[in-house]
Ligand binder design. Structure first.
Ligand SMILES: *Cc1c(COP(=O)(O)O)cnc(C)c1O
Length: 504
């Protein structure tokens, strides 16, 4: 199977090339030429397999230039060892006492306690193999823009992986104290972390600019290096996310919670549109999905887009308690639009150009109609997010993080609006609550919170009895290794100096 570029459908590359390169030279994103189709016999067949079996099957259908042995090895390294606690990388937990059947898909059992681990524990292995396949002996320089969780998960995934270096940029005031501590204390010989004076969009725009800057590319090549990406613009990030939606359905089938072919809803707390796009691909591949529910925080640019067809980033940017969703330019929407237009790269390129020039574009009624059929979109503010955490804890004794709470709150709006209490619903639970301990504790019982994140971790444990994940407990007393900060314009220089390349 080959991959096309969303801004130039004449471009065709192998899976290895798409993963190694991360993003097309014209700034477009790689997408598979076609999607494998899974009928009910395939779904039935996956039911009894392990997570690893399910991942092998799905990856194998997309990465046809990898041998089955190579895929098995990558999958085993990512999900087979001790990296994911509890034996199942993506278990389902039913939320008791709900007006409708709700299952939380816990995607945060990996080493950094956010769902990004699901892809970033696998990507380094796929990338290393991809580089071999395209006969590159260059060192892959992974540049990452993060709103908090990708950075840490990428650092942990790539640390000390031979033939790679990684540099992460995060918004100085746009991540939680815990996220910052996780990143600035990162261990490893090939890692670097830098704050930027700006928000996530500034970081992401800066990284995209560096990727597509011919002079930077040449400078790296002269030094035996090439850029690659670990953001969800890389196909190797999205593909592993398709797996867990099929896995969730298989687990529901196995537990007798759905009948073969019965539709489910999937609710996803959304930022860069990567996670929900993976669910969309799963639906197109044959997963029985009724609605994809796109949940946003106060940065509700996607809610407006999915409801009106107008994408407009010219609005106030809010820093919220669900910082991994504080995004106004959702990169992966481009892949959705490419698909919905019947792979019309000219139209997509036009919209993306309007977006970069004016910050706005509008899709035609025929596209909007498709969006509304597939998606339900909603948002909530911080007060509602806190309220949801509080109520879920009281109702079900389940402690959820701020991002998952946004999803549950928007699902409640959906229930109120549609009365759809029959369709079993899977909510992507994207972070462990201890990762956002202060906000979660304030929501559960504000009298117990102090100004210190790690103290709040202990207070939350004392209050709820939810176990503290080992990687978070281990942060206490870890030395800070990275204190650099730069402006968005200074990012290129920071990359070059981080790589030890003198400026010409
Ligand atoms: C990254 C992230 C999201 C948003 O996911 P996208 O794929 O960017 O839409 C939601 N919740 C958490 C905890 C995250 O880390």
């Amino acid at each position: 199977m080959n991959y096309q570029c969303t801004r130039n459908s004449a471009e065709h590359v192998s899976a290895a090339q798409a993963i190694a390169q991360g993003i097309s030279e014209d700034g477009g994103l790689f997408v598979p030429e076609s999607l494998p189709q899974y009928d009910s016999s395939v779904l039935e067949g996956m039911k009894d397999g392990t997570y690893l079996d399910r991942a092998e099957r799905i990856l194998g259908d997309f990465l046809t230039d990898f041998t089955p042995e190579e895929i098995r090895e990558c999958v085993k390294k990512a999900y087979g060892g001790e990296k994911f606690s509890g034996g199942h990388p993506a278990p389902l937990v039913e939320l008791p006492n709900c007006p409708a059947p709700v299952h939380l898909l816990e995607l945060w059992h990996g080493p950094t306690c956010a769902f990004k681990d699901m892809a970033l524990q696998l990507l380094p292995h796929l990338l290393t193999k991809s580089l071999q396949k395209i006969h590159s002996d260059k060192t892959a320089v992974i540049l990452v823009a993060t709103s908090g969780d990708t950075g840490k998960a990428a650092l942990e995934g790539f640390r000390d992986v031979a033939g790679t270096k990684i540099m992460v940029f995060y918004p100085q005031n746009g991540v939680s104290a815990m996220q910052k501590t996780q990143m600035t204390t990162q261990e490893g010989e090939n890692v670097a972390v830098c704050a930027i004076e700006g928000n996530f969009d500034d970081a992401q725009t800066g990284v995209k600019r560096i990727f597509t800057d011919p002079a930077m590319k040449e400078t790296l090549a002269e030094n035996g290096m090439m850029f690659s990406s670990a953001n969800s613009i890389n196909w190797g990030r999205l593909l592993p996310q398709i797996v867990y939606y099929f896995s969730a359905y298989s687990d529901l089938l196995k537990a007798g919670k759905v009948q073969l072919g019965q539709e489910i809803n999937i609710v996803v707390p959304t930022g860069n549109f990567g996670n929900i796009l993976a669910a969309y691909y799963a639906k197109k591949m044959g997963l029985p999905v009724h609605k994809l529910i796109c949940a946003s925080n106060a940065n509700n640019v996607l809610t407006e887009f999915l409801r009106t067809g107008v994408y407009d980033r010219n609005r106030q940017f809010f820093t919220t308690i669900s910082p991994s969703m504080d995004i106004l330019v959702s990169s992966n929407l481009e892949r959705l639009l490419y698909d919905l237009t019947g792979r019309d790269s000219e139209r997509v390129a036009g919209w993306m150009q309007q977006l970069s020039e004016t910050g706005r574009y509008e899709v035609e009624p025929e596209i909007l109609k498709q969006l509304q059929e597939i998606f339900y979109a909603g948002f909530c503010d911080d007060a509602q997010t806190c309220g949801a955490i509080h109520e879920i804890y009281n109702m079900s004794h389940y402690v959820c993080d701020t991002h998952t709470a946004v999803a549950i709150q928007v699902y409640r709006h959906y229930l109120a609006e549609t009365q759809d209490t029959k369709t079993p619903t899977v909510v992507a639970s994207t972070a462990n609550p201890y990762k956002f301990a202060t906000s979660v504790l304030l929501s559960v019982d504000q009298t117990k919170a102090s100004g210190d994140d790690l103290a709040n971790v202990r207070a939350l444990e004392a209050l709820t009895g939810a176990p503290i994940p080992q990687p978070i407990a281990a942060l206490e007393g870890k030395p800070v290794r990275f204190t650099q900060c730069c402006t968005p314009d200074g990012m290129s220089d920071m990359v070059l100096s981080g790589l030890g390349i003198a400026k010409e």
